[in-house]
Each structure stands twice: as structure tokens, then as C-alpha cells.
Design a protein around this ligand. Structure first.
Ligand SMILES: NC(=O)c1ccc[n+]([C@@H]2O[C@H](COP(=O)([O-])OP(=O)(O)OC[C@H]3O[C@@H](n4cnc5c(N)ncnc54)[C@H](OP(=O)(O)O)[C@@H]3O)[C@@H](O)[C@H]2O)c1
Length: 309
């Protein structure tokens, strides 16, 4: 097994988190979501021990099924799920749903998926207003959602709690009333969106950072500078990008449904200081995953409200 699958960082709870995990966003299509068990299983069999899912991905059950089929003892795994924005008024109910979906007794990490709150609709996690914008529920503030997540932690149903898609601005407001410091922040991060200030802020607070969309998709994977460095190390562009993340002390959760690419994504290496600096120089504050829409909003929140500007 690659040494990178056994390397861990320590959360502020004292628990280790494997630095390379498998992302299991599947598709918006429930039929596709339900079909993800086989490729999650190949990843577990190849040695992955950290799985990143979310209620809204519809893959909690496939994750649970793959874990069961793998026969790997639960305590050897690190499983993350996320509270969806439409469950912010029913957090205690939601974690029970997630546990039931996955057939697990606990999650290692529970993240607030977004600072947003969205109107609850049993059949639609992304309900829309007539203008196409997400139906927000501004009667719920994320500070109250966090207080509910602190209760989930106390219940023992999760071993750590954290955030996703928060910025320094939104975290500052959350921390003003939080009793428990988040253990993790998961955000979009790759060489075109290095988020240096946010990373330094989290390091100073003892919050571990996970990069989502860590490869930067083909936008970053096809960058000629990355390709040139890859040739030098006889590696692939994805391996260069993921090696850059781990050198910065950032957890990565690349998603691949293909066994060869799953293996490629954990065969990492130490980049030289010089090459690390060259990749640092590619930063251009460019999002490739959750980008502003025609209204300039990301899921109904302005960049200013998100603190992403
Ligand atoms: N918190 C959030 O709001 C949030 C948002 C987005 C994602 N996430 C999490 O982060 C995980 C990863 O993010 P992501 O899936 O958006 O992006 P990603 O892992 O950077 O990219 C996934 C895409 O790249 C392809 N790919 C993977 N490895 C490759 C390789 N070595 N060479 C070429 N192509 C490769 C995959 O295709 P194949 O499957 O065909 O290999 C897939 O199309 C998600 O699965 C999810 O768990 C969280």
C-alpha cells in the first residue's frame, strides 16, 4: 500500500485523519448515486481508509454498503459526512438519517456543508424560487446550526465536527458564539485557488484543511507548467497537484470511479522547494467547482456574504 494512504494529520480532537481520502460525489442522478458501491469498494480494497461523503450526494448508503462488503473493521476507517443546507432546522434528525443511510454507529467527522440554510422540501434538496434562485431560509443562522452540531458531537454520534465552504469572514462570526472549535474546514482548493490567507488562518486556529475539487479538473490538470513539472518527475499532472497539496499540510479527497486513477491519486511524492514555488505562482483566485452564477451568487449567496470576494 502506498505510504500516502497511511500518512495522517492530527485533528484538534487528537484523532488522526488520513491525508489522502476518496471523494464520493457521484452525480445529481439518484440512479447513478446508487450505482457507486462497486467503485467505492475498489478504492477500499486498494487501500483507501478515508471516505468523504455527504447527505446531499446520495452516496451515504453506497459508502456503507462498500464498507460492509470490504470487511474492513470500522475503527480502521475515517468516514466524513455533511449536514445538508435543507436540514438546518432538524439537525438531530438529520444525523440519524445519515447514520441509518450508511448503516454506521458513528461518523468520524460531520461537516456543515454550507453556511446557507434552504427551505425544507422532502422531495427536493435544492428547491428553487420562480426566478431559478435557490429557496433560502434566512430564519436560520449558521451560528444556531453550529450549536446543534455541538450537541451532535456531545451525543457521540460523530467524533469531530467541522465546516465546509466557510471563509475567514463567516468563520469569524461563527467563532464568536461557538463553544467548540471546528476540527476541519473543507473548501475548494487547487493551484489556481491556493487560498493562502485562509489556510494560514486555519493553521493558526488549529483547524485542519481539506481541499475539495483538489485536482482543479482539466482546467488545472491541463496547465502546461504542471505538465512540465510532471514530466520531470515521471509523474502525471494530477500527482503533481496532489503532491503540492500534501506538501502544504492539506488533506485531499480526489474522487475517481476508476481503479487506475484511484491508484494514481495516492502515488504521491515530495516536490522540490523550487517546483513547489513554481506551482504556488499559478494561483489566480479562480474557482472551477462552485462558481458564481448569472446573478453573481453561489447558491443564492453573494460572494460578499460568503466572504469569498
Ligand atoms: N464540500 C463541498 O462543497 C464539496 C464540493 C465538491 C466536492 N467535494 C468533495 O470533494 C471530492 C472531490 O472533488 P471533485 O469530485 O469535485 O473533484 P476532483 O476530485 O478534483 O475531480 C474529480 C474528477 O476528476 C476525474 N479524475 C480523478 N482523478 C483523476 C486523474 N488522476 N486523472 C484524470 N482525471 C481524474 C474524475 O473522473 P473519474 O471518476 O472518471 O476518474 C472526476 O471527473 C468530491 O467527491 C466530494 O467528496 C466537496
Amino acid at each position: 500500500m502506498s505510504e500516502w494512504l497511511t500518512k495522517t494529520l492530527e485533528l484538534n480532537t487528537g484523532a488522526p485523519v488520513p491525508i489522502v481520502g476518496l471523494g464520493v460525489f457521484a452525480s445529481r442522478d439518484p440512479v447513478e448515486q446508487a450505482k457507486s458501491t462497486p467503485w467505492i469498494l475498489t478504492a477500499l480494497q486498494a487501500g483507501y481508509r478515508h471516505i468523504d461523503t455527504a447527505w446531499i450526494y446520495g452516496t451515504e448508503k453506497p459508502v456503507g454498503d462498500a464498507i460492509k462488503a470490504s470487511g474492513i473493521p470500522r475503527e480502521e476507517l475515517f468516514v466524513t459526512t455533511k449536514l445538508p443546507w435543507n436540514h438546518t432546522k432538524r439537525v438531530q434528525w438529520s444525523i440519524d438519517q445519515s447514520l441509518k443511510n450508511a448503516g454506521l454507529d458513528y461518523f468520524d467527522l460531520y461537516l456543515m456543508h454550507w453556511p446557507h440554510s434552504v427551505v425544507f422540501d422532502e422531495n427536493e434538496p435544492r428547491p428553487r424560487n420562480p426566478d431559478g434562485q435557490l429557496k433560502l431560509d434566512d430564519s436560520v443562522d449558521f451560528t444556531n446550526t453550529w450549536a446543534e452540531m455541538e450537541k451532535v458531537l456531545e451525543s457521540g454520534k460523530v467524533k469531530a465536527i467541522g465546516l465546509s465552504n466557510f471563509s475567514i469572514k463567516t468563520m469569524e462570526r461563527l467563532l464568536a458564539t461557538a463553544k467548540i472549535m471546528p476540527a476541519m474546514l473543507q473548501v475548494e482548493m487547487h493551484p489556481y485557488l491556493a487560498q493562502n490567507e485562509l489556510l494560514a488562518y486555519c493553521k493558526e486556529k488549529g483547524i485542519t484543511v481539506t481541499a475539495y475539487a483538489p485536482t482543479g479538473y482539466s482546467t488545472v490538470r491541463d496547465d502546461p507548467t504542471v505538465a512540465e513539472i510532471a514530466r520531470k518527475y515521471d509523474a502525471t499532472p494530477t500527482q503533481v497537484i496532489l503532491s503540492w497539496h500534501v506538501a502544504r499540510g492539506v488533506v485531499v479527497v480526489p474522487k475517481s470511479a476508476n481503479l487506475d486513477r484511484q491508484k494514481e491519486n495516492y502515488r504521491l511524492f515530495a516536490l522540490s522547494e523550487e517546483d513547489t514555488k513554481i506551482i504556488d505562482g499559478l494561483d489566480r483566485n479562480q474557482r472551477v467547482c462552485n462558481k458564481p452564477d448569472e446573478f453573481g451568487n453561489v447558491w443564492g449567496w453573494s460572494m460578499e456574504r460568503l466572504g469569498w470576494d
